[in-house]
Design a binder for this molecule. Sequence first.
Ligand code: FES
Length: 158
Amino acid sequence: MYTVNIEQWHTPVTIRKGTILEAALSQGVPYPHNCRAGECGNCKARLLSGQVSHEPCFKEALSDTERGEGYILACRAIPKTDLDISWIDSQELEDTLPVKQMTGELVELKPVAHNVSKLGIRTDDSPLAFFPGQYARLKFKGLPERSYSMANIPNEQI
Ligand code: FES
């Protein structure tokens, strides 16, 4: 069992197995994250001390240069020792694109693979601004809310 001290959190996280992010979330830490799969980079942290094994991830989420500078992805990093880390301040991102609740209309529903469909949503408000890798939580009447990945590029009209 290892202990992870997170600079922005008052209580150490204990980890028996798995990633830093899994342990942090299971212990109530509001750790910034998104995809949980090494794709978005939202869980990026600076490793201040200790060692981790790091599962594969997308270069867009964590470049070789960043790795060399001591950054890790909490959703990919498994402690090999006790750790001290500091997550990257996502305040700038949140200030730029704050979480927003919108309503809209489903204007397209097209199967593109046996288990994938393309949805077109026309929002009632201004178009939804987003960064690559972000997702939207959609709720359709009578169905549970779930996450959907954007397939269009930012600012592209559908
Ligand atoms: S949560 Fe997306 S890269 Fe870790």
